[in-house]
Ligand binder design. Structure first.
Ligand SMILES: [Zn+2]
Length: 204
């Protein structure tokens, strides 16, 4: 058991606290609480967490078609022949895709941008998967591209930028209806709201 006295933590404990405190939303105090929790739980539980982190970093990658997370070259959705390959839904992050999937309304394909255009954070179109999206629309058989970026200033800007780029192709570009209040994040919206936003989508 590592030393827990006030004069200083063991090297291993302070190392763990350092790593945990770099996680989003975790301050120094929470990091210490988590570290001591991990020392108290059964060893197998703590090791399972370490293994899960290792596996997610070693085995999970981006789908080569849509940039969803997967453990093979193509994700489950892209590999599913029953999905409607004429509709493409564009989201910011894999977690937005998960929210839309949980609503159960949408049966088409997805494209994950891996972010949004955010000039203030120095994120431009080149850092997203927009080129790959344009290529997919150029070579695919899509009739509709649904912009499902978040209803924030940056999400709206990204949606507008992408829809302008897609203007040269014979696809209808639509945007999720504003069932989701402006500013709220797709990730946190409940499934009924998402289902309504999808059904009520409008032409951009
Ligand atoms: Zn995919």
């Amino acid at each position: 058991m590592a030393s827990q006295n006030n004069s200083g933590q063991s090297g291993a404990v302070s190392d763990l606290v350092d790593h945990l405190s770099r996680l989003p939303g975790i301050g120094r105090k929470s990091a210490e609480r988590l570290a001591f929790h991990l020392l108290r739980v059964h060893e197998s539980e703590a090791i399972a967490l370490a293994d899960a982190i290792r596996r997610v970093r070693q085995d999970v990658r981006y789908c080569e078609h849509c940039f969803n997370l997967c453990e093979t070259t193509a994700c489950q959705i892209c590999s599913d022949p029953n999905r409607d390959a004429t509709r493409l839904c564009v989201v910011e992050q894999p977690r937005d895709l998960m929210s839309l999937e949980q609503s159960g309304v949408y049966k088409g394909l997805y494209h994950v941008l891996l972010g949004r255009i955010a000039p203030l954070d120095g994120i431009g179109p080149d850092q997203l998967t927009i080129d790959a999206l344009v290529d997919r629309v150029r070579t695919g058989n899509f009739v509709e591209v649904i912009m499902a970026t978040n209803p924030t200033v940056e999400g709206d800007g990204t949606s507008l930028y992408v829809s302008n780029l897609l203007g040269e192709f014979p696809v209808q570009v639509t945007r999720l209806a504003r069932g989701i209040t402006a500013g709220s994040i797709l990730e946190y919206a409940n499934r009924e709201v998402i289902a309504d936003a999808l059904t009520g989508r409008q032409k951009l």
